[in-house]
Design a protein around this ligand. Structure first.
Ligand code: BES
Ligand code: MN
Ligand code: ZN
Length: 497
């Protein structure tokens, strides 16, 4: 799908579909007013009949409206004008895109991007338009022999303005958003691929592909490298599996060499059976998504490289399976991590923190400016925050604030949880430096507290995406979150310097 921004006249634009915004009570946006005037009041007449409520997300499709050059007109409800904000804007984008998906129109003049969102410039609208449309058009049918529906006809969307030409910032935002959408799509597809296809080796191959395509640096550590380094925790998790473990390091350099990199560590458990502490059978298939952190790191690097962002970033991905093989770790086993600290593995299903603690210790050697880890880490986080907010933990408040602001901006939101010392005692072990689980209370916090023991010397934040990286139920599938957040964060941080 091609996107562009142009100043156009709604009445004279020859297009497959004119997309116009209306508020309840027949209140027209500027573009809709111009079109209505050219159509001698035909739009107001339809609205007066009560065919479109104007509620955010409501749509009405008209064909061949006399006086307009467009083949079709799609009226889109934007909700009450005084309540118009990020949420209603996004609802309108999603609904309009879902209608366009089913049409024969090859192009669209999208006039609903200029509606003013309080506190935001046009660049914000542009980003959310592109990301919303691309989200609606995403398909994952590569594993079906019979495609459900034909490919949508829509090939180009013009973000149309009635007034002055778009500022350079808006054009820049368009380019950034397209690259971000490519990154989101990559993360979604990796998440949706089943564990028999998306193995640790597959993730490594995907990283190599990105490296070739975008001229990134790539390095893949094999089992023997992990053994030499002493990654006892990562090796413990992989020991029950037939799949070779990989530690993927992918480097993008978009800023001066001397700039310390942002290091993104992504949990890459390509299937989490729980290991010997086996998970129940129901819904275990969902544990193919347990590499979503890794997918979001690959997606974010793809986005940053695709837009040539002025940042230095390194992705570090510990990838393996968590399986109950004959050589698997057993509850009570004690292992020595790369940091030198020992861990008593009381529950083999708390494997994410085991692979992450070695990856975080490895990340420290890359002299990072800051380290973020991204992980589908705990069911407890889903209980606490549901599928709306990602759990945020940080050892520096400024970093937490930046992530919170970037998440709000990207509408890929996070909510901060405490990382207080008081929780650390739940990780006490009689046999090692610590246990890998802290019991049921505050499960997502004790998981973060465990990771904090491996990030002492770092500016570090942890994102628990167990509830936000994928959806269950009828709409089951990967979301591509938190790629939009991570990209926003990296760009805002670069701009703030
Ligand atoms: N991958 C899971 C967390 C998870 C659960 C993600 C549900 C998405 C949905 C993780 O490895 C895990 O099993 N965590 C355990 C930790 C417990 C044993 C302390 C959990 O949350 O139950
Ligand atoms: Mn687990
Ligand atoms: Zn897991």
């Amino acid at each position: 799908m091609e996107f562009s921004i142009k100043t156009l006249s709604p009445e004279r634009t020859r297009t497959g579909c004119l997309v116009l915004g209306v508020h309840p009570g027949g209140v027209l946006t500027r573009a809709a007013q111009l079109a209505d005037r050219a159509a001698r009041g035909a739009l107001r007449e339809v609205l007066a009949k009560g065919d479109l409520s104007g509620k955010s997300g409501a749509t009405l499709l008209l064909h061949r409206v006399p006086g307009l050059a467009a083949e079709r007109v799609l009226l889109v409800g934007l909700g009450e004008q005084k309540e118009f904000g990020p949420a209603t804007f996004r609802d309108a984008v999603r609904s309009a895109a879902n209608v366009l998906k089913e049409l024969g129109a090859k192009d669209a003049a999208w006039f609903i991007a200029e509606a003013k969102v309080p506190g935001q410039a046009l660049a914000w609208n542009v980003r959310h338009t592109v990301l919303g449309v691309r989200e609606a058009f995403y398909r994952f049918d590569q594993l079906k022999t019979q495609k459900k529906a034909p490919e949508p006809a829509l090939a180009s969307v013009t973000i149309a303005l009635t007034g002055a030409p778009a500022a350079p910032q808006a054009q820049r935002a368009l380019k950034e958003a397209v690259a971000t959408a490519d990154g989101v799509d990559l993360a979604r597809t990796l998440g949706n691929l089943p564990a028999n296809i998306c193995t640790p080796s597959y993730l490594a191959e995907e990283a190599r592909k990105l490296a070739r395509q975008f001229k990134l640096g790539v390095e893949v550590l094999e089992r023997r490298d992990m053994e030499k380094l002493g990654m006892g925790a990562l090796l413990a998790v992989t020991s029950g599996s037939q799949q070779a473990p990989k530690l993927i390091v992918l480097r993008y350099r978009g800023a001066a060499k001397g700039r310390k990199p942002l290091v993104l560590v992504g949990k890459g458990i390509t299937f989490d059976s729980g290991g010997i502490s086996l998970k129940p059978a129901a819904e275990m298939d969902e544990m193919k998504y347990d590499m979503s952190g890794a997918g979001s790191v690959l997606g974010t690097l793809r986005a940053l490289a695709g837009m040539k962002a002025p940042v230095n970033a390194i992705g570090v991905i510990p990838a393996c399976e968590n399986m109950p093989g004959g050589a698997a770790i057993k509850p009570g086993d004690v292992v020595t991590t790369l940091s030198g600290q020992t861990v008593e593995i009381l529950n083999t299903d708390a494997e994410g923190r085991l692979i992450l603690c070695d990856a975080l210790a490895y990340a420290e050697r890359l002299a990072p400016d800051a380290v973020l880890d991204i992980a589908t880490l705990t069911g407890a986080c889903v209980i606490a925050l549901g599928h709306v907010a990602t759990g945020l933990f940080a050892n520096e408040q400024r970093l937490a604030d930046e992530l919170r602001a970037a998440g709000d901006d990207a509408w890929d939101r996070v909510w901060q949880m405490p990382l207080w010392e008081d929780y650390q005692e739940q990780l006490r072990s009689n046999f090692a430096d610590m246990a890998n689980v802290g019991g049921r209370p505050a499960g997502c916090i004790t998981a973060a507290c465990y990771l904090a023991r491996f990030t002492g010397g770092l500016r570090w934040a942890h994102l628990d995406i167990a509830g936000t990286a994928w959806k269950a139920g009828r709409e089951k599938g990967s979301t591509g979150r938190p790629v939009p957040l991570l990209v926003r964060f990296a760009l805002r941080r670069a701009a703030a310097r």
